[in-house]
Design a protein around this ligand. Sequence first.
Ligand code: CP3
Length: 327
Amino acid sequence: MPHTPVWFMRQAGRSLPEYRRVRADVPMLEACARPDMIVEITMQPVRRYDVDAAIYFSDIVVPLKAIGIDLDIRPGVGPVVADPIRDAEGVKRLRALEPDDVPYVTEAVGTLVGELGERPLIGFAGGPFTLASYLIEGGPSKNHEHTKALMYGAPDLWADLMQRLSAITVEFLRVQAAAGAGAVQLFDSWVGALSADDYRESVLPYTSWIFERLAELDVPRIHFGVGTGELLSLLSEAGADVVGVDWRVPLDKAAQRVQPGTALQGNLDPATLFAPWDAVARRASDVVAAGAAAEGHVFNLGHGVLPDTDPDVLARLTEYVHTETAR
Ligand code: CP3
């Protein structure tokens, strides 16, 4: 590539007027199951920003819905689970995911890969801790207290839950890669809530298992979580080719925490985009400079695009990074 590749987590979605238009009368989970909607929404940011990758339009809870878990995505709230999972009976409801549960994924990815040509489509899935938190808490959570209570107090049940979620995640990513996705990202967004010791004992065995299985897919594997400065070396140990970093750790410092040969993705603070352009440009240049210390850099935000972001700033930022890093 003639410049550092650029894409943005949550690049499709509420910051785009064309997204709000097509989603106006269609509930989120219905949109995620309709190939025409998936293709259109995935392509919207590619057309507008000229980013170097598309990310498949879906949500981390889609495979859980597909195996029959009663859940919804509420506007302004996020995933809400009707009957939270907190005991052995609940965990048993998490059956294996089969490709036939998500035929719309295969169809939409196939169409997208045709439309995108050389530009890669990034497939994604939720990480096991983050999925467990939504299932156990029943919705978004600040403290993850029921999740941690189960993790600390019922290790065997936790292991069963994590194994089932990890298998679902691998299968969901396998379906996307089989249909042509050119990279996969594991979003274990909320795992930064754990100490390094707890991560090592209660999550790392499962993320390592996931990345081992994903190696067979022969596509680059990205691993990301928010607030994971203290966990970056463990996230890297799990086996990803690229580790995503939020804005709290400069990329040159992050480079020292990951395994040799690991590229970094990130990490402009998404709130920066609300500042005057001079500040955006200066901070984007800082990210590019720090990223040069890594063994490969994919420019991104440190977390998802905030809903009120001005799309014109993202377009300008993409062009700016392309120009700054031209080689
Ligand atoms: O990046 C992209 O453009 C692809 C789309 C994408 C969505 N969800 C669409 C979505 C991706 C990659 C996700 C992943 C996701 N979902 C994560 C991991 C990424 C992260 O941000 O850490 C998490 C934690 C979720 C769970 C979830 N789903 C949340 C927190 C929310 C937002 C709730 C809100 O409204 O504030 C959702 C809903 C959701 N997922 C929307 C979109 C576009 C908003 C739906 C709407 O338009 O109402």
